[in-house]
Design a protein around this ligand. Structure first.
Ligand code: SF4
Length: 237
């Protein structure tokens, strides 16, 4: 059974430093007062337009096998196919920041107001990331409460379109989770509307199951190698 989760905006608002880093400004670099004012303006717009909401549904390992196979387009070998069978619990999730935020970003770009449009875009991206962390923690707490488990476990999410899980995997994920209930839809290219949304699987289990080498064939084209930072954070938790 799925559960709708309403966010408190304060849980997902990024800091000024995070926004600047997302904009490519290195840590410690001072920016002009004009930029600081624009950040405050973009944050105010975000707060007035955002209506973040998520949906979560526990799924068995067997059930997720079918979701993960999707349309049969995944890479031959992927990190996730080795991780999820070792999970203690799994949950599909989706969240969206709101249609109004995405529409406002498009409006600013259409009107050639790139500075505020780009800042709002960064804020929404960071808020989606923070929202994912909120849902991960929510799932972790609910499992610990339900099963009275106190063992050393962690939660980490994975999404279609990354690390060998083909983007078409969204189709099965949507069929199972039904995120239409929170206003999300999929287009023919399997992209979500509104754009500032995230979906995927949350894996609850021992830390070690999330540790892998970034030497899959598709890693050669990866620009971020973000799995390294995720693992580092996990190990230092
Ligand atoms: S290097 Fe990139 S593509 Fe490869 S596993 Fe890490 S994040 Fe995924």
């Amino acid at each position: 059974m799925s559960e709708i989760i309403n966010f408190n905006i304060s849980e997902i608002i990024p800091t000024r430093e995070e926004i600047l880093r997302e904009q490519g400004v290195s840590q410690g670099i001072e920016v002009k007062e004009k930029i600081n004012k624009l950040i405050l303006k973009a944050l105010d717009i975000f707060k007035s337009k955002a209506q973040p909401v998520g949906i979560l549904s526990e799924i068995s390992i067997k059930g997720f096998e079918e979701v993960f196979i999707g349309e049969g387009k995944n890479a031959k070998d992927t990190p996730l196919e080795n991780i999820f069978p070792q999970a203690d619990y799994l949950a599909l999730f989706a969240l969206t920041i709101s249609k109004k935020v995405s529409e406002t970003i498009s409006k600013f770009f259409k009107e050639n107001d790139f500075a505020i449009g780009s800042l709002l875009d960064s804020i929404a991206t960071l808020a989606s990331y923070k929202g994912t962390k909120v849902i991960e923690k929510y799932f972790q707490k609910s499992i610990q409460k339900k099963h009275l488990t106190k063992q050393e476990t962690t939660v980490l999410s994975y999404s279609p379109g990354y690390c060998g899980w083909h983007i078409s995997g969204q189709k099965k994920l949507f069929q199972f989770l039904r995120p239409e209930k929170i206003g999300l839809s999929l287009n023919a290219s399997f992209l979500m509307t509104p754009l500032k949304s995230v979906s995927g699987i949350i894996v609850y289990g021992k830390k070690e199951i999330h540790i892998f080498q970034d030497n899959y064939p598709f890693c050669l084209e990866c620009k971020t190698h973000s799995c390294r930072a995720r693992m580092k954070k996990l190990i230092n938790q």
